[in-house]
Design a protein around this ligand. Structure first.
Ligand code: 5AD
Ligand code: FES
Length: 356
């Protein structure tokens, strides 16, 4: 029998995602049948709003300089072994053009917190991309800035902003970051971004050192309260030149369950099947889609710099040209019954505020 994702093998019983006890139960379950019915329920909810479409976004990692020192991250400032790079505006535009030729209508411009990219330079970049691609969605992912800066980028034409909260528990946050970073500020940034009118992506890592099931419950509660438009969830993966080098990676199954629970809590949310998920398991991203995710982000960065954006070890897709990456991803998802969607892919029900 050919299994179609639209007809789940296991009939999903209703799962009350509004109950913390139920959430905690699914966070901690060891029963694979329970996990399977959770995934089936999440798939069903996802299909109600998005069918079997998977939205493609082109990711451009334009700088790996970072002034922060997060203990888990390979591009932290203390990592003297990281070879640093910064793309010029022309190189960034070239990536966008390549992406556009490949059919992408969303560009995600991501980087470390690089002080060289002042508000002026970011604004100039956003304006340049907006001028050349008036109909594309521009997503920024460049960390914490002031509300004024976020407003400026929005006026320049940015539509979306990705800023993972990493963990919603203050005590846990302090174990992952040096003292100068605070969860309070991170949450304030997220609220500001939403308030300004961005489509906002929050998110967290699964299996970071010292994480407890209660921490993960806290992440879900935070998501429920913030109601972001996107949620990025990926397993923690150790990076050899960081203080967390000797910790084990986050588990595939737990990451999938967190993804599915997020789908049940926020039915219309956009959830990427992350590169980190594909890194810990060969069909990780496809399993993510089967557990409720509906976005993939093939890499458009120049091949020469791919390997240098090494947040964690053994990152996949670092050797492929943008075109190969896109084609490969399309083939893989089709194999699992999904259909690539190259439109902007705004969150279901999104009302544009009239700004570009
Ligand atoms: N393992 C997995 N994900 C990581 N990130 C950073 N370092 C790691 C790591 N070692 C994630 C963070 C960040 C995003 C861009 O990448 O969640 O927000
Ligand atoms: Fe760059 Fe954490 S090391 S944001």
């Amino acid at each position: 029998m050919i299994t179609d994702i639209r007809t789940p093998v296991i009939e999903a019983p209703p799962i009350d995602a509004g109950s913390d006890a139920v959430l905690l139960h699914y966070i901690t379950t060891k029963d694979p049948r329970e996990a399977e019915s959770l995934f089936a329920a999440a798939r069903k909810v996802r299909e109600r709003y998005y069918g079997v479409d998977v939205y493609f976004r082109g990711l451009i990692e334009f700088t790996n300089y970072c002034k922060n020192d997060c203990y888990y991250c390979g591009i932290r400032r203390s990592n003297t072994r990281a070879e640093r790079y910064r793309l010029s505006l022309q190189e960034i535009l070239e990536c966008c053009r390549m992406g556009d030729r490949l059919g992408f209508r969303t560009f995600v411009l991501q980087g470390g917190e690089d002080p060289w990219f002042t508000d002026e330079r970011i604004t100039e970049m956003v304006e340049a991309v907006r001028l050349e691609f008036p109909d594309h969605a521009i997503t920024l992912s460049i960390g914490e800035r002031s509300r004024k800066s976020y407003e400026r980028f929005f006026r320049a034409g940015a539509n979306r902003y990705l800023l993972r909260h990493e963990t919603a528990c203050g005590e846990h946050y302090r174990k992952l970051h040096p003292r100068e970073m605070s969860l309070g500020e991170r949450k304030q940034c997220l609220r500001d971004l939403k308030d300004i009118g961005y489509q906002v992506g929050a998110g967290f890592m699964v299996g970071t050192p010292f994480q407890t099931p209660e921490n993960l419950l806290e992440d879900l509660r935070f998501i429920r309260e913030l109601e972001p438009h996107m949620v990025g969830i990926g397993p923690f993966i150790p990076q050899q030149d960081t203080p967390f080098r000797d910790f084990p990676p986050g588990g595939l199954e737990l990451t999938l369950r967190m993804l599915a629970l997020t789908r049940l809590i926020l039915p219309r949310v956009l959830i990427p099947a992350t590169t980190a998920l594909g890194t810990i398991s060969p069909a990780g991203r496809e399993r993510g889609l089967l557990a409720g995710a509906n976005v993939v982000m093939p890499n458009l960065s120049p091949r020469e710099v791919r390997k240098l954006y090494a947040l964690y070890d053994n990152k996949i897709c670092t050797g492929d040209e943008a075109a190969e990456c896109r084609r490969c991803m399309e083939g893989r998802i089709r194999l699992f019954g999904f259909i690539p969607n190259m439109t902007r892919g705004d969150v279901a029900g999104w009302q544009s505020s009239g700004t570009p």
